[in-house]
Design a protein around this ligand. Structure first.
Ligand code: DP6
Length: 348
């Protein structure tokens, strides 16, 4: 019996223009733009065991060394879905060992790094088993992004380092709804190449509403078409900002996108609120620091209450002083310090 095995480490990412709403088969209703993190990662080993005859693949998932029934079911469903168009998967069963180096429920999208790592492993095995005609590095990551997207949309962006865009936009000719593409470093001003993201953990409660349920609520949402237009415009605008290096414009766009996302949740049917009073307190403090202390700060939110505080690396000292002052009365405030990273790493 042949056994194939590979290991990848893949980071999470933080979206500045948000993906919120789907169309067709796991395609985005609007383009989104993110940067990949460096420290918050998932490491996954995929072992494929060949079996005789063709049948749907099964997966056993071990999270931090322990068998995980719910993840095994979810990943089995994912692989079975893929196997409809990827016959090679029907020749194998899979064992997956996975671990995240960031706390569960920290509001960091673990599905992005998890499906990113899994898709990179799958692409590696696929290319060993069935080498495609085009074996370029670009084709490898495009394929991994395509497979990651089917598991979780935001994961499509995690297979690249730096800035990434997923979804068709006229502003980037090679962009595509089926996979994400990297935004060339030459199109990114130095101020946006070396960013910090300090994640202020306002709450470690697990999400009340899954992202999938949230995306679903965009179907029939009264503001959906306006939102999709705005996100498309913001994508175009962000690409310009990344090029020119206009920090203030970046900061305003980050805030507008973060608040749009939460506004959409509050105006969906049923409505829901993921922000906590402490999220709003932090937003107010950040706004004051921008206005009164002229700190180069920006913030964004994922589908949760935690605040991603974004700033250029060369302002780290000032910002860390400011953060210390903010937390004097809350010494147990948890903050995860991350930064823009260079992307996934093949371990084995
Ligand atoms: C708010 O990628 O988690 O983080 O495709 O259903 O897995 P699924 O959704 P998911 O949605 C992420 C939404 C977001 C914004 C973003 O990352 O663009």
């Amino acid at each position: 019996m042949n056994k194939l095995s590979t290991t990848w480490q893949c980071p999470s990412n933080i979206a500045i223009v948000k993906y919120w709403g789907k169309k067709g088969f796991q395609l985005p209703a609007n383009p989104s733009v993110s940067f990949t993190l460096s420290e918050c990662t998932t490491t996954t080993t995929l072992r494929a065991y060949e079996h005789p005859g063709l049948r749907k693949p099964e997966a056993q998932v071990y999270l931090d060394g322990e068998y995980h029934e719910a993840f095994s079911q979810r990943v089995t469903g994912y692989l079975q879905e893929l196997s409809a168009n990827n016959r090679w998967l029907k020749e194998f069963d899979f064992e997956i060992e996975t671990s995240n180096n960031f706390p569960h429920g920290a509001g960091i999208a673990s599905s992005a790094s998890a499906y990113g790592a899994l898709a990179l492993c799958l692409t590696t095995l696929e290319w060993e088993n069935n080498p495609p005609e085009n074996r370029s590095v670009e084709a490898f990551y495009r394929r991994a992004s395509f497979l990651a997207r089917i598991g979780s949309g935001s994961a499509s962006r995690s297979v690249y380092g730096g800035w990434t865009l997923w979804g068709k936009t006229t502003a980037l000719p090679h962009s595509d709804d089926r996979f994400a593409v990297q935004i060339s470093e030459t199109a990114v001003h130095p101020v946006f190449r070396n960013l910090r993201d300090s994640i202020i953990l306002v709450s470690d409660e697990t999400k009340k509403v899954s992202s999938s349920a949230g995306h679903n609520l965009m179907n029939g949402h009264p503001y959906a078409s306006l939102r999709y237009r705005r996100a498309a415009d913001n994508t175009q605008r962000l690409l310009e900002i990344l090029q020119t290096g206009d920090w203030d414009a970046f900061s305003s766009l980050c805030e507008a996108e973060a608040l749009d996302l939460h506004g959409l949740m509050m105006s969906s049917q049923p409505p829901y609120i993921l922000l906590k009073p402490a999220s709003l307190e932090w937003i107010e403090r950040i706004r004051q620091a921008i206005l009164n202390e002229h700190l180069p700060l920006a913030f964004t939110l994922d589908a949760g209450p935690n605040i991603h505080l974004i700033y250029p690396a060369d302002a780290s000292k000032q910002v860390s002083q400011w953060l210390n002052n903010q937390t004097i009365s809350q010494p147990d405030q948890k903050i995860i310090h991350d930064r823009l990273g260079s992307g996934p790493v093949k371990k084995l």
